[in-house]
Design a protein around this ligand. Sequence first.
Ligand SMILES: [Zn+2]
Length: 367
Amino acid sequence: MAVSPGDAEHLAAAVAAEFGVAEQTVIELLRDMLTPGITRPGWARARTAASGLLRRSLQRLIPGLRQRAAAAAEHAVTEAHRIGDRAARAELDEHHLPPGPDDLDTTPADRLIRALDEDFEPAYARILRQPQDVYRDVIARASAGVLEGQITRRQAAQRALDDFANRGVSGFVDSRGRNWELTAYIAMAVRTACGRAAVQAHADRLAAAGHQLVYVGAPGGSCPLCAPWEGKVLALAGPPGARDIRLPHATRALHTVTVHVAGSLMEARAVGFQHANCRHGISLYLPGVTELPTAPPGAYRYEDLQQQRYLERQVRRWKRRELAAMDNEGRAAARLRIRGYQAQLRELTRETGQRRKPEREQIDYAH
Ligand SMILES: [Zn+2]
């Protein structure tokens, strides 16, 4: 049974959910702190005076969140490592091969857990800081909007709060310069770490059992980065560079077979193979026995998967808008948009046969 980075997706959802709940709390906190007395004179002054209360509420949120997130992250990565090991054992067992030593080295998993905790730090800083800026901004814009006499103060405040709800806690930029929502950023970081832990444990188990070759699966819906590696043989370790090697036939003792090796696993990864969310797994390659796969016809297209991610982002955006709404009209309008995007998702998944991912349509990612 092959293991791919994408297999760790469900583990990431539990960690992202902790941050999603915090983000919802923040939106509701802002809404509830901005609404009182909004039609009365002196609103701006009274709300500004209450900003210390907002700061203290946000500060109280962080320690518990940090503790729950760290525990959830440790659980997720440890579980991913176990999944990878178990998958490799099952594969060896299928071929009636011994599994090697009892325990695998868990140092790679421990390192991934520590790195994840560091990845979370910018999120805590922003959850603390950004809502305070938004609060001040809403008060300022609501006051200015009313002075111009075009709209009511409530409308002006709602617009400013909606701008925040559209993005949620934001400002997360990855190494490729792309912007992420808070929960998507956390989920991406955890998926990446879990994917690495699972894939590493799987490869480590096969190597510990004395094997040196694996092959790359061909699930279809290839991302451009992985397409060149589909159905190819890779060396678990060893020098880089494609080469032909003669190896003993796995079951017929007197025969040898020539195997074309496309490169080493490390080499493939260095150029993007098994990136985050990748659905390409590796499996044990047995010379003379294993038949290399090719992508099935009608497999998902990359663009369709991207379109699904876009629609999921819109659903999450309008769910935040629903929370930010200061009145029933705003809530009803947001719900209408949510249903519209969900209908598009139903249509898309029905047409393409892609699996719908309900956890990606939640702003708290799991609850
Ligand atoms: Zn891939």
